[in-house]
Design a protein around this ligand. Structure first.
Ligand SMILES: N[C@@H](CCC[C@H](N)C(=O)O)C(=O)O
Length: 284
């Protein structure tokens, strides 16, 4: 066993891949926090732990920098898929992955694994399934009071939970101002990822993101799918949507059967070894 880690990013949303088949590590909450810390660790928006092989399945565990586990991550899935290609774990360009938020189908669109398309599954706006507190309903265009101000929000799950807030103008500062209140709002018992959405036209939207357990990020795959689906539900966009984020663009397609396809880039950044000092930090 070595001490390897691999770092990748997808549109500036960076992840560290830790492969349990190569690296022995006890990923305690404290260890995750230190590894993801941008000053005391390597720094990342999360950790992808896998592949975990079970029968014919390839399982992926997605960890947020605060130590919590996420059900799904769009950029995480594309990054992990490139890792599987880079390490020759997969022979075919099409394969399936199991996440806590359900099965996803991956298609590698080039020889290098730099461009990947994922069937992210279907979305639900049902309050009990997201979850959102209160009577059972679809959470579409309803009022949410955030830090004393009223906002119209649409919430949904694509395996992980999202709260989309349409605005005529968006900014990083607005995401930073609202994000912590929305993420931890009493209406969301499992906390929530937040997107501030600006519709540009029927096929283009722009979002600023504040992720559950991670904070402000430059891009997010599940957030792109969530914002595109919220905009579609509100009648603001068509089925093919380019999602513009500070880190880059993702293409989202909402099929007639409800399946949501996401296509976007991935890049590898570095491969390294955890040092003994790092382990000392982790073990306190
Ligand atoms: N960056 C991700 C989302 C990661 C998970 C999220 N923070 C959560 O807790 O649900 C993406 O690309 O989807």
């Amino acid at each position: 066993m070595s001490n390897n880690f691999y770092k990748y990013h997808a549109l500036g949303n960076d992840y560290i891949v830790i492969d349990p088949n190569k690296t022995e590590i006890d990923l305690t909450e404290e260890a995750i926090k230190i590894i993801c810390h941008r000053n005391f660790g390597i720094g990342s928006d999360g950790i992808l732990f896998g592949p975990i092989f079970e029968e014919d399945n390839i399982n992926l565990k997605i960890l947020n920098p605060d130590g919590s586990e996420a059900e799904k991550s769009g950029n995480g899935i594309r990054i992990f898929s490139k890792y599987l290609v880079d390490q020759n774990y997969v022979e075919s360009k099409k394969f399936k992955l199991q996440t806590l938020g359900g099965e996803v189908a991956v298609e590698v669109l080039d020889d290098t694994g730099n461009l990947i398309k994922v069937d992210m599954g279907t979305v639900t706006f049902q309050s009990d399934l997201i979850p959102v507190q209160g009577e059972s309903r679809d959470v579409v265009n309803e009022n949410l009071e955030v830090n004393g101000e009223d906002f119209k929000v649409t919430c949904l799950s694509i395996g992980n939970p999202h709260c989309v807030i349409p605005r005529s103008e968006i900014s990083k500062q607005l995401a930073l101002d609202l994000g912590p209140y929305v993420e931890n709002h009493e209406m969301f018992p499992n906390r929530i990822n937040m997107q501030i959405l600006k519709v540009i036209d029927k096929n283009n939207i722009e979002i600023e993101i504040y992720e559950r357990g991670a904070g402000y990020t430059l891009a997010s795959g599940s957030s792109s799918c969530a914002a595109a689906n919220a905009a579609y539900k509100l009648g603001l966009v068509d089925r093919n949507i380019t999602v513009h984020m500070p880190g880059g663009e993702i293409e989202v397609e909402i099929k007639e059967d409800g399946h949501v396809y996401m296509t976007g880039g991935v890049s590898s950044v570095a491969k390294g070894d955890f040092t003994s000092d790092m382990w000392l930090e982790i073990r306190g």
